[in-house]
Design a protein around this ligand. Structure first.
Ligand code: ADP
Ligand code: MG
Length: 712
């Protein structure tokens, strides 16, 4: 439990910022200079970590953690189930004389051995050889999670099986970052930038979510177990949802957000913005972007802090991608770029010709990568929750394309047309106000319908779902970019080696790769009807269903690319593919069971009670001399018909469920999509059609109107 909401007097953000993080400031203060230098060198990727310093670092970390009230430590990692895991060990032990002693040694810091058997491995290991170990990742700082009476020092770690195969996402993420960063360094060297010490992948993830009143939400089995409604729909007259976006935040929600922000500030997570989102009860947090690995860890910390705080505020937090039919879903927009050791953003356009050519090289190399490996990006967002979100009219379609905006498109078109001078006049918008800086024109030029958009000085991937661990899409994005850069470098380097001027050689390479990747670029409205047809013609539709999307993980050319870049081996990817399919199946099976339970436990009895109520009142009305009774009779018939239809449809669902038990993973997933999902939709339709006729005394589940009002 966090301490935020119990504070009487609230501390200032700047006084508490990072107070629970073992950051550079603490390291510098607590470590001998040579140890500090070695550690920072390792963090920045300049040198290897000297194993001899582990004891010194561990001692300093322990003293710091104990001074902050921590009494346990844990290696903190992300198993492939997309959750985080930690096994707490107490600092306190006793020495040979039985005296209490706080102990935390270098070897505890560097390596730990949680039991790996209960984590998914996709069949890479059997349970009897289920040993794995977690290893310290110094590039993400240790932090303390406070509890009511103490706290745990969390050490961000990778999690690996004894045969060396990763059991977590972080290993793959770090490999993809290394792949893209090393190629970015290489390309900058060819341009002649020799002073660059490193390039870092940067990420900022925007997190959307819903907040409901907890006591009301807990009355719904679907929300409790699935985090989304499986029956229920928006009342037909309730069209006035749009005024919620960017409106004033309700005091109850604001109080929650402030507590979350304060706890996160202590953990060094800086939330830049908070606002209402499009749907009622929907909101968004966006942290300040940071280095990719840290950003993914921070997103886990953000989600965990939000969950804990929601309980304290009697709120139910939903990260599910599509909690409500007919309302906006929740995504996790991933903004990303590359930044060099001089602090330059490599996706920032420039009025300086040379810098702009470098910018266009990075940009077009990414677009090239996407055009070749869009399947991997689609696979990375193929999650159960996204099945109901993507392709709706408020989320990007389940088709990958790239939007670049007018200004960049104009630059690329000029280059493609054979002109080597890139137009500059469109770069800035002249506001005619000398006191205001020129605004980069394409900053305002947004296309919200595209799954992948250039937004002025970074790309934004909008397809990932709100509940996903960022590491999966981020790993995919940087893999794709690394592959694009690799190919770009191939053409570019050849020209430079032949003696061409790097800038001329780069422009020719941009022209070539730009032409190669034209089909992935789409500047139009991706929500529009025509886009599917157009995308089909362009060959961009790679998968129509989530299992088909998951299968794109093992597309031969993607596997070859990932292997050659050293990010996934074939065996690792096959295991990962199995885990993703199994997780889709598990998730959908839970939804099927919960739906069936809700129909039999709640909806059918409610219909029966309603029928009896109508029959009794009908009889009474007739006794009183009612003559015209057609409406009454029809209502009872409607209820009775719905009841039989529901019984029939749920029986079919149970049969499908039983039939699938014996199937292979692939067939199982496909049958869910082909048979179970349509049946679930039928059941929902029937249940929703009678919902307005059931009295609230009879219906045990609060409806959308109740659920979506937070004011209580
Ligand atoms: P939006 O209009 O989409 O909300 P913002 O400018 O508010 O865009 O940024 C959204 C997110 O993008 C924030 O988390 C921000 O820190 C992040 N971001 C900004 N610049 C970069 C960058 N160079 N690399 C990665 N993320 C970035
Ligand atoms: Mg955004």
């Amino acid at each position: 439990m966090t301490e935020g909401s119990t504070f009487r007097e609230f501390p200032k953000m700047k006084d508490i910022y990072g107070s629970l993080v073992f950051d550079r400031r603490e390291m510098k203060q607590r470590l001998p200079e040579d140890v500090y230098e070695n550690l920072i060198g390792a963090i920045e990727g300049r040198q290897k970590l000297d194993s001899g310093i582990a004891d010194t670092v561990a001692l300093a970390m322990k003293d710091w953690a104990v001074s902050k009230g921590a009494d346990h430590w844990a290696h903190w990692f992300h198993p492939l189930s997309e959750k985080t895991a930690e096994k707490h060990t107490a600092f306190l032990t006793s020495d040979e004389n039985g005296n209490p002693l706080n102990s935390f040694r270098g070897k505890d810091l560097v390596q730990s051995e949680p039991d790996a058997s209960s984590f998914p491995s996709g069949g890479t290991r059997s349970t009897f050889e289920a040993r794995g170990y977690s290893a310290w990742d110094p590039t993400s700082p240790a932090f303390i999670v406070k509890s009511r009476k103490g706290g745990t020092l969390c050490i961000p770690s990778v999690f690996i099986a004894y045969d060396g195969s990763p059991l977590d996402m972080k290993t793959y993420l770090l490999r993809s970052m290394q792949a893209v960063e090393s190629r970015a360094m290489k390309i900058l060297k060819i341009f002649g930038n020799r002073g660059i010490r490193y390039v870092h992948a940067t990420v900022g993830g925007e997190q959307e979510f819903f907040l409901l009143d907890r006591p009301k939400a807990q009355k719904r089995t679907d929300i409790r177990f699935c985090g989304r409604t499986l029956i229920g729909s928006r009342p037909p007259r309730d069209q006035k949802m749009e005024d919620h976006y960017l409106g004033a935040i309700q005091p109850r929600v604001l109080a929650y957000m402030e507590d979350v922000q304060r706890d996160l500030a202590r953990l060094g997570v800086d939330l830049e913005t908070r606002h209402n989102e499009a749907a009622r009860c929907q909101f968004e947090f966006a942290p300040q972007f940071t280095e990719a690995n840290l950003a993914c860890d921070q997103n886990q910390i953000i989600m965990e802090t939000m969950r804990k705080m929601a309980r304290q505020h009697e709120l139910r937090l939903l990260f599910n991608e599509k909690p409500f039919n007919g309302l906006n879903g929740s995504g996790k927009h991933i903004n990303f770029s590359l930044q060099d050791s001089e602090g330059r953003n490599l996706l920032r356009p420039s009025a300086n010709h040379r810098k702009n050519v470098i910018f266009l090289s990075f940009l077009s190399a990414f677009v090239l990568g996407v055009s070749k490996y869009s399947g991997l990006l689609q696979a990375s967002v193929s999650t159960p929750g996204n099945m109901y979100r993507l392709g709706g009219n408020e989320a990007p379609p389940y088709i990958i394309s790239v939007y670049l905006g007018d200004a960049v498109t104009a630059m690329l078109n000029t280059i493609e047309n054979g002109d080597d001078s890139i137009p500059q006049e469109k770069l800035t918008l002249d506001l005619g106000l000398s006191k205001l800086p020129d605004i980069i024109a394409f900053d305002s030029d947004r296309n919200r319908t595209s799954p992948l958009a250039f937004t002025g000085n970074k790309f934004e991937f909008r397809a990932p779902g709100a509940s996903q661990a960022m590491a999966v899409p981020v790993t995919s994005l940087f893999s794709v970019w690394a592959a694009g850069l690799e190919e770009f470098i191939g053409y570019f380097e050849k020209r430079v080696e032949k003696g061409e001027d790097p800038i001329d050689a780069a422009i020719k390479t941009i022209r070539k790769v730009s032409e190669m990747s034209r089909t992935i670029r789409f500047e139009g409205d991706a929500y529009a009807e025509g886009w599917h047809e157009e995308a089909e013609k362009r060959g961009l539709i790679k998968a129509r269903t989530i299992p088909e999307g998951i299968d794109l993980l093992t597309e031969p050319k993607t596997l070859a690319m990932l292997e050659s870049l050293g990010i996934f081996t074939r065996k690792e990817m096959e295991a990962f593919h199995t885990i993703k399919l199994e997780s889709f199946i598990n998730n959908m099976e839970i939804e099927m069971s919960v739906l069936n339970d809700m129909i039999w436990e709640g909806v059918l009895p409610a219909i029966s009670r309603q029928i009896i109520l109508e029959r009794d009142s009908f009889a009474a009305a007739k006794d009183a001399g009612l003559e015209k009774d057609e409406r009454w009779r029809k209502l009872i018939l409607k209820l009775a018909k719905a009841k039989t239809d529901l019984m029939e449809a749920t029986e079919k669902l149970v049969k499908v469920h039983e039939k699938m038990a014996a199937m292979s993973t692939g067939d199982h997933a496909r049958t869910i999509v082909d048979e179970a999902v349509p049946l679930m939709a039928d059941i929902r339709k029937i249940a929703d059609s009678v919902e307005p006729f059931l009295s609230s005394d009879n219906m045990p589940y609060p409806n959308y109107r109740d659920l979506l009002s937070l004011s209580a």
